[in-house]
Structure formats: C-alpha cells, structure tokens
Design a protein around this ligand. Structure first.
Ligand SMILES: Cc1cc2nc3c(=O)[nH]c(=O)nc-3n(C[C@H](O)[C@H](O)[C@H](O)COP(=O)(O)OP(=O)(O)OC[C@H]3O[C@@H](n4cnc5c(N)ncnc54)[C@H](O)[C@@H]3O)c2cc1C
Length: 828
C-alpha cells in the first residue's frame, strides 16, 4: 500500500532550505501539505554559509534562532589584502543589534535545524524522501501529480495524487520549471568557480582572522575566504575593535566606527571546534578514496608568472603586516571556505571536484605562507544569472528559491533569497486554503518577490567576473572602491541594507500594500525594524488607572510579531517627540517648522482612542484573535509619554475598545497588550513623528505575518484607514456575496496630502528578459571582456549549482534545443 495520501492541499517539491522554510510556514498555519525530495537525506555539505540578518529574523519568527546562533558564528569584519598589503580592516555595520552580523552556518546545519523545527511543530512526517516527481498536470481544480517512492526501488509502482497547489522548490535544475517549460532567462557567466572548505594554517593573527571575511588579491587572482568555525575564546580576544554597545534595540545602520567592548551572550557560546575538525577529517578520508583528475589551472599564463615572481616579496610584506610577538609562538589551523575562479580549459568545464593539490596550488599563489592542512569538501561549478516568473499560468504552480533564480554567490544571497520567497508565499497559501481568502492574494507573491529576485540577480552579477580576475579591475574595486565605501556611512548603509536583505521593500500593489501615509516614516512594504518596548500592566489605584511596568527587561517588537498572526499596533503620543526626532525636510529651514509641536487642544484623546479602537475591534472581528485562529490579529497599544500620563492613555483606549465591541459590532473585545515607548525607541526608529492632538496624536501600523508593514496612518486619516479595511476585505477574508449594485458607485475618498506610493505594475514576461538579460548586458558592456561576451552568448547551459562529489550527476548541459526552448516565448 502506498504511503502517500491521495490528495493534499499543497505539494512542496524539494526539501532544501526553501522547501523546508515553506514547510515550516505551512505547518504552523495548519495547512495540509506534503514535502517530497529526490534525495535520500538532507545535504551533509557546507554549501551556503551566510545566514543574513533578515533570515535570522525569519528564524526567530519560526522559533529556531537560538539553535542557529548556537550552531553558527557571527562574522564580525572584513579584511582586504592586496599584494601583501592590507588595504582595509573594518568592522561590519550592525544592521540589527538583535541579530548581530551575518551568521556563518553550514547549509547542512541550516537544513537540520529547519527539519528539527518542523518536527517540533508536528510536521516531521510531512517530508518524504527519496521521492521522484514524474509528472505534473494542471487541472481546473488543481494539479494531478505522479510520484514514485524511490525507497521501494526505481521500478516501484507510481502513485497519483491530487493537490490544489504545487510549489517547486527543487533547486536550480528544477524539474517543476522544466516540465512546464517555464522560461529561465539569463546566461551562464564564463569561468569556473572553485569552492573548498580548507583547514588552513596562516601566518596571520588567527584570533583576529577567524571572525573576518577576507579578500586576498595576489598571484593573478582573488581569493575570498569565509571563516567557518573558530573557538569562541579566540573570537573573544578579537573584540577590541569589533564590538558595539549591548542593546536590545535595532540600531539604524551606523558608521562602522570602533565601539566600546561588549559581547552578545550567544556569541560567547563554545564553538564545536573539535567536532568540526573531526568532521573535516572524515570528509578528508572520503576525499582520499576518490580519483580526482587534475584540472587546468592558470599556471603558465603571463599573469601567473608575474605573480609567482612577486610572491617572495608579497610574502615578506604580508608577514611584516601580520606578525606580532604572540603570533610567532604558535599558529593554529582554522577552517575556511575559500572561493575563487579558474579559467575554463580548452576541453570545456571540468566535471570533477577540485583536488587537494589543485586547491593547494591556488592558495599558494595568493597566500604563499599558508599551509593547507586538510580539505574536507570542495566543489567546482559554473555560475548563471537567470530568473523565471514565479508562477505557472493559472497560478496553481509556483516556483521558489533556486528553481526561480540563480546568480553568482557574491554577498551570500542565494539561500537567503529562497528562504524569503518561501516566507512570503507560506502565509498567503494558508489564508487562501484555510481562510477562503481570494486567490488574488497569491498574485501578490509574484508582484512582491519577482522584482526583488531580479534585483538580486542583477546586483550579484554586476562586475562579478571582473572582481575575481585579480587584475587592475579587482585591485581597483577591492583596493580603492571598497575602502571608500567603507568610510562613507551612507554608502555602507545602502550596501548593508542590500546584503542583509533588511531594506527590501515590496511595491504598493493593488492595495495589498497601503499608501505611504505618514511623511518620512517607515514605508509600507518594508520589513518592520526591531525596537524595544516596556510591557505595561493596567491597575486600578484609587479609582484611577495606572500603567505599571511588568518586566525589568523590555520586550522586542519582533518577539511580539513572532507567530502566524497579523499585528495591529496602535500608537498614542502623550508628549511631543524630542527635537532630534523631528523629520528632516526642507521645511525645517523655515523658522519654527522643524520644532516639536505642542498642543493645547482639549478632548483629543477620547477622539483618537475611539478611532483607533474601532479599527482594533473591526480587525479582530474580521480576522479573529491571535492564537485562537490561524489568521488572527494581535493588538498592541504603544503609548509614549511621561509616566503619569500613560495610565490615562491606556484607560482611554481600553474603554473605547470595550465600548466599541459591545455597543458597536457586538464582537468580543480583543486582548490588548499595552506597552510604553518611553525610550522613544520605536517612534524614532520607525520615524513616525507624533504629538498630542487630534491630527497626529494617534497612529496605527498593520504588520503582516511575514513581518512586513502593510499599512500605516494617523488615526485621523480616513483614507489610510479605508485602505487598511480594503486590504482585509479584499485580500484576507472570503468575498461576501455581492449585493445588487446601487445606481451610483460610492466614490473612494481621495488621499490627503501625500499620494500613495506608486503602484508597481505586475511584471510582464517581457520584464524578465529586460531585467535579467538587457540590464545584465549593459553591465557586462562595462565589466566583461570580449572573451567573456563570446562565451556567454547563445549559451544553452541550463543551470548553476555545484557538481560537488556526489553531485556531479546533477551537472547537465542543455542541448541547443533546450537552450532555444528556454529562450523562447514567455507565458503569462
Ligand atoms: C557547491 C555550492 C556552494 C554554494 N555556496 C553558497 C554560498 O556560499 N552562499 C549562498 O548563499 N548560496 C550558496 N549556494 C547556493 C545555495 O546552496 C542555494 O541558493 C540554496 O541551496 C537554494 O536552496 P533551494 O532550497 O532553493 O534549492 P536546493 O538547496 O538546491 O534544494 C533543492 C532540493 O530539491 C530536491 N529536488 C531536486 N529535484 C527534485 C525533484 N525532481 N523531485 C523532488 N525533489 C527534488 C533536491 O534534492 C534538493 O534537496 C551554493 C550552492 C552550491 C551547489
């Protein structure tokens, strides 16, 4: 008897980081789904290392951030060495003090943690492997899928399953994408990538380097080195320069200046150094058994010869920079991921993993003094820049992760982008399947993620081949451009915002993302930054309501957002913002305009409270309470003001909510969490300028289950409020039976003052070509050589991915016919 159900609501194809994240999201929303994977077990190699800030936030929401931080290590800084000379030694900006800096965690660990978390959530039996998906046939009701349980053997009988939705998270060579002929526009970047996990002994300060990302330009090439694991105590010794004051709140990106020492508790956790090294040895044993033919290297090229000539000099220079008294004593080996490119040989791309000798030779050219002690894993792969639309025709089949976009590994975006795709799609599928929300909600997956995925492909491809060449372009980029960027906070912020994936903003589209209704404030569509708040308890003292702090430590906003619910934040200002929080605009030059506003207005509080409360009641009636229904909303009241005014504000809201729910809709009053923003943390960070009074004394924020701000507005702004109501009615709850239309259509209220954020058009199929191909061509015209252009044009190679040992069978070159097919007409 088959172990497959005859039908599920969602079939997730592929249990890599993307598929597992989606499984976690669907599981916690209570969706009926199944995840199948071709491989017998999850990956056991390191592959993607960088867990970016935004992904760490997602891990917190899903409930696995503590394990992830315990298993990984935050990378602290960057070091650039050009021909033996250190041109930059900097600290990575802390985009969020909560999440520190990027976390280095092997993909095998990431997948393990996602699987463990899924099991904790009760979905351990919802991953089936090894299972092959043989066919997908879209029908009116969904998709008919044919599967084979490979555990029962390759000739085992097939099984037919029906499902309402299929999500292809099956990697760069996606069966789902190919079987439906979904075009994968873009091209292969010339050259071969060599990645290897190397146990290296360096003639540089090990305690310093083991938390720094390094770019070494020498010997006719560039070697990027990512520290993988280091002993915690060694990392601690390094912190003089690489720290920031301990704080709960997210800091707006700051210039990378040295700060007084402070260290996150989690970062002090003991590193499993012994285990890693052991793992490394095991891997090395495996490696020895494999016959790995030598691949062509750059040896013998003029570039290579020059570099060798300079090697001795570089070595001396390098040692002069690096050595200190203590380092001379003993240099311990550390595990590093090295990343570099090698030219493709005459015979075409090599099909084998790089041997230890080849990697040793590459390293010696760049860092003559380094000793390769062991090499647990290595891979060679070609790089593509390609993107596909994220859905198939009638939106029954979606793509996510590498199945939809592949790009160079610059900035460690690949896995993180896939995780974000899944996080965006998961809650939307749940609302449609469980709550009967209109399927238009699913359209927003493509509208929101596709432009960002294309942007990631573009940005990671820009100047990419040039960086690795080790020539004048690399030296200019690494030796001049990077240090300039590093000393310009505005540029560093932008770069950190992109790399961390925290500054991505979804476009306002058909109302699912509301208008930017509060000047200068956080824009709807962006992820909500973390801030800290004091939780308040309302107590009756002598007939008066007093708000008393209940915890010594503040609660973080992300803690409150954690879970599958929407969050409605109601903000009340009992005092004006401090002067420094006044929004910056040209009007500040007009005397008096930039100053905090005061009010003598009477009776504004009940008015504002009533408006905010009716919103809270309505949202709770429509969506349910958080924790009680999968689609519930959590109401959080945030008050800012002097201690003796907090009680007044909280009481006003409380009374208004009770009145509204009992007298108005008759719904049960929402449970409300009252918080104090006395440090002005939240309002400053979100740049919401408020002051007592009817106009700006109250505001609201609606935050989606994926932590994205959907709507913002002042309580008095009926346009912004209406947009929020529309969002809930049009996208989140089942459509009501249409009553017969009245003769005259009711006119929408017009936007006061600020226009809504420009609505992004649904990208068309042509956009894929334009964005991925045309834009990239422009960039290449700047950054690529003739040779590269030739090689890239007309290429039909299907995908990236790393044909590591055991992965070689995946490497596949598309026939010219396939190449043509991929390039042919789009579907919509
Ligand atoms: C060698 C190597 C090194 C890398 N290094 C980095 C890095 O340093 N940083 C970074 O960000 N990214 C890196 N990447 C890319 C990163 O690994 C991917 O972006 C990430 O794994 C994408 O996750 P995914 O879940 O979308 O796809 P994958 O991880 O590829 O997972 C796809 C899953 O689908 C399964 N599958 C495939 N076909 C089928 C089918 N027909 N039926 C059922 N299941 C199927 C596969 O078995 C696999 O488990 C690297 C990739 C490779 C190969």
């Amino acid at each position: 008897m088959s172990s497959f159900p005859s039908s599920v609501e969602v079939l997730v194809v592929g249990a890599g980081p993307t598929g597992l994240t989606l499984a976690n999201c669907l599981q916690r929303h209570g969706v009926d789904y199944l995840t199948v994977d071709l491989n017998e077990k999850a990956v056991d190699t390191s592959r993607a290392l960088a867990v970016q800030w935004r992904t760490q936030e997602i891990f917190r929401d899903l409930g696995l951030i503590d394990e992830a931080r315990a298993a990984g290590r935050h990378i602290q800084g960057i070091r650039v060495v050009i021909n033996g000379k250190e041109t930059l030694k900097g600290t990575l900006p802390e985009v969020s003090a909560h999440y520190g800096r990027p976390l280095v965690l092997c993909q095998s660990e990431t997948e393990r943690l996602l699987i463990e978390n899924l099991t904790r959530l009760g979905g351990g039996d919802r991953i089936r492997r090894p299972v092959e998906v043989l066919s997908l046939t879209p029908t009116d009701e969904g998709v008919t899928v044919t599967l084979r349980d490979l555990q029962a053997g390759p000739e085992a009988p097939t099984h037919t399953m029906t499902t309402r939705y299929v999500v292809g998270c099956d990697g760069a060579r996606s069966f789902v994408r190919k079987s439906l002929d979904i075009p994968f526009e873009g091209k292969t970047i010339p050259g071969e990538f060599v990645v290897a996990d190397c146990l290296l002994r360096w003639e540089v300060p090990s305690h310093d380097d083991c938390t720094r990302f390094k770019a070494i330009c020498a010997g006719g090439g560039v070697l990027f080195c990512v520290p993988m694991f280091a002993k915690a105590e060694e990392a601690e010794a390094e912190v003089e320069e690489v720290t920031a004051p301990e704080q709960v709140t997210e800091t707006p990106p700051a210039p990378p200046a040295p700060a007084p020492e402070a260290k996150d508790e989690e970062e002090k956790a003991e590193e499993p150094q012994a285990e890693t090294t052991e793992g490394a040895k095991e891997g090395a044993e495996e490696q020895k058994g494999e016959a790995v033919p030598e691949a062509e290297t750059k040896e013998g090229t003029p570039e290579g010869e020059k570099a060798e000539g300079a090697a001795e000099e570089e070595k001396k220079e390098g040692e002069a920079v690096a050595k200190t008294e203590e380092e001379k004593e003993e240099v311990k080996p550390h595990l590093w991921r090295i990343i570099t490119t090698v030219p493709v040989g005459k015979e075409g791309p090599s099909k084998t993993s790089p041997s230890k000798e080849e990697v040793e030779e590459i390293i010696k050219k760049r860092v003559p003094s380094a000793e390769l002690v062991d090499m647990p894993w290595s891979a060679r792969y070609s790089i593509n820049k390609r993107a596909a639309h994220l859905y198939y025709k009638d939106k029954r089949i979606f793509l996510a992760g590498d199945a939809a976009h592949v790009h160079p590994p610059l900035f460690g975006q690949g896995m993180n982008t896939g995780i974000q795709d899944a996080y965006n799609l998961g809650w939307k599928l749940a609302f449609v399947l469980k709550g009967g929300a209109p399927t238009q909600l699913l359209d927003t997956y493509e509208a929101e993620r596709f432009p960002i995925d294309c942007q990631t492909v573009r940005r990671t491809s820009r100047g990419f081949p040039g960086i690795f060449k080790g020539g004048i372009a690399s030296r200019f980029l690494l030796g001049t451009v990077v240090p300039i960027v590093w000393t310009r906070p505005a540029l560093t912020d932008r770069l950190a915002g992109f790399i961390s994936q925290t500054q991505q903003a979804y476009p306002a589209d058909k109302g699912v993302i509301g208008p930017a209704a509060v000047h200068h404030a956080i824009v709807p569509g962006s992820r909500v930054p973390n801030a800290s708040l004091d939780v308040l308890d309302l107590q009756e003292v002598e007939g008066k309501t007093e708000a008393v702090k209940t915890r010594d430590t503040p609660v973080s906003v992300h803690e409150l957002l954690s879970g599958p619910h929407h969050t409605l934040m109601l903000l009340v200002a009992m005092e004006s913002a401090p002067e420094h929080a006044a929004p910056k605009s040209w009007t500040n030059w007009i005397p008096g305009c930039g100053e905090p506003r005061r009010t003598t207005e009477e009776g504004w509080l009940p008015d504002v409270s009533q408006k905010l409360s009716s919103l809270a009641c309505e949202m709770t009636c429509k969506l349910g309470k958080a924790g009680e229904t999968f689609s519930g909303v959590r109401v959080v009241v945030v008050v800012r003001g002097a201690a003796d005014t907090l009680g007044n504000a909280c009481e006003a809201i409380k009374n208004a909510i009770e009145k509204c729910c009992t007298e108005g809709s008759g719904c049960v009053a929402p449970e409300v969490l009252y918080c104090d923003d006395s440090s002005h943390d939240l309002l400053d960070l979100y740049k919401i300028h408020m002051w007592p009074g009817k106009k700006a004394g109250g505001a609201f924020l609606m935050i989606r289950p994926d932590g994205v701000l959907s709507h913002i507005g002042y309580a008095s702004d009926s346009y912004a409020t209406k947009k929020l109501r529309d969002y809930v009615e049009k996208y989140l709850i089942p459509k009501k039976e249409e009553p017969p239309k009245p003769q005259e259509e009711t006119k929408e209220e017009t936007a006061p003052e600020q226009p809504p954020a420009a609505a992004a058009e649904q990208p068309t199929a042509e956009d894929v070509k334009e964005v991925v191909t045309e834009e990239v061509k422009k960039e290449e015209a700047l950054g690529e050589t003739e040779e590269e252009k030739e090689e890239g044009e007309g290429e039909g190679e299907a995908v990236t991915a790393a044909p590591a040992e055991g992965e070689t069978e995946q490497k596949e070159e598309a026939t010219p016919e396939e190449g043509k097919k991929e390039g042919k007409g789009e579907e919509k």
